[in-house]
Design a protein around this ligand. Structure first.
Ligand SMILES: [Mn+2]
Length: 320
């Protein structure tokens, strides 16, 4: 698709760029980059999303790059004739709230689960949505600010886990293109001061409570802890040399939240958490990363030896 067709489509409309709910760095960078691209062609658009940005390091993007993003309660004036471009997500995805506006365009790098026709569709199987947006500047020779370039460079780096996860030639080429134009200090700043004090408390609790059996690392966080942080701790436990499967759980007021990681080909994290929590909770996800939940009323039935029971349930599934 020619990105200038998108510009023509949106011209003279009230436009929104919507990320998926609980947006990650690639989604935010893509939205910001696209907003800048459209602005360069005289088309204004506002960035919006539903949910929350839980991770401190992701929220930091708003300040560092100067990104304005509207939450669901700030877009109550949206109407059915307003246009929406979904980035890093597609209409009918479970993680994309269906706002009242008209989804006329979609730019994404995920597989399509539910077909939907858009006036403009650019879905490519590449490592980051930010790389697709960066290509718009290159293809059309549109000038980019050093801030927008820095955000896109950061988005590409984050979504490809520094060029090792799902990376394609486009990601590498676009990083080379965009990084030359980026304010490198801003990219660097994103990698410093990335933790809040509350994060440290969660790491501390996980370290105190870690148990490792046959390469399976279990860690319990005994207090209220947001989903995103449980996921970070799970990655952290997995980074231990002796751990190839990580099961981290936070005991919260509403129940027990699980985050599971696997590096083993024979252990599918999604099926593992699903089967381990069968009859007492729910879970699922990808082969490498998954999540699960047990509601508080059910969790209360564990009684005193909760940790032991959880570990037994997971180990039984892994050793099956
Ligand atoms: Mn992405």
């Amino acid at each position: 698709m020619n990105p200038l067709e998108l510009v023509d489509l949106l011209r003279n409309h009230k436009n929104y760029i919507q990320t998926h709910n609980f947006p990650d760095p690639d989604a935010i960078a893509s939205a910001f980059g696209l907003q800048y691209f459209l602005k360069q062609h005289g088309v204004p658009a506002q960035i919006c999303y539903d949910g929350k940005v839980e991770k401190f390091s992701t929220r930091k993007m708003f300040d560092v790059f100067g990104i304005e993003i509207l939450s669901a309660d700030e877009i109550s004036d949206m109407t059915a004739t307003d246009y929406i471009v979904t980035v890093d997500s597609q209409k009918y995805n479970a993680n994309l709230t269906d706002f009242v506006g008209n989804e006329v365009a979609c730019i994404d790098h995920h597989p399509t689960y539910t077909e939907c026709s858009y006036a403009y569709k650019d879905v490519r199987m590449v490592g980051s949505c930010s790389a697709i947006i960066a290509s718009y500047f290159k293809e059309t020779d549109t000038p980019i600010s050093d801030r927008a370039a820095a955000a896109l460079a950061y988005g590409i780096k984050m979504d490809t886990a520094d060029f090792i996860r799902g990376v394609t030639e486009l990601d590498i080429d676009m990083f080379a293109y965009i990084y030359k134009k980026a304010d490198k200090d801003l990219v660097r700043i994103m990698y410093t001061n990335v933790m809040e004090f509350a994060d440290l408390k969660a790491y501390g609790a996980a370290i105190d409570n870690i148990h490792v059996y046959d390469g399976v690392g279990f860690a319990a966080i005994p207090f209220d802890c947001p989903d995103a942080l449980v996921a970070i701790i799970s990655d952290f436990i997995l980074s231990l040399d002796v751990v190839t499967v990580a099961v981290v759980y936070a005991v919260r007021l509403d129940g027990i939240k699980f985050s599971v990681r696997s590096e083993r080909k024979d252990v599918d994290a999604g099926s593992l958490v699903k089967s381990a929590l069968k009859d007492i909770g729910s879970g699922g996800g990808h082969k490498e990363m998954a999540g699960g939940f047990i509601v508080n009323t059910q969790a209360a039935l564990f009684g005193e030896d909760m940790g032991y029971q959880i570990e037994t349930r997971f180990m039984r599934q892994i050793n099956k």
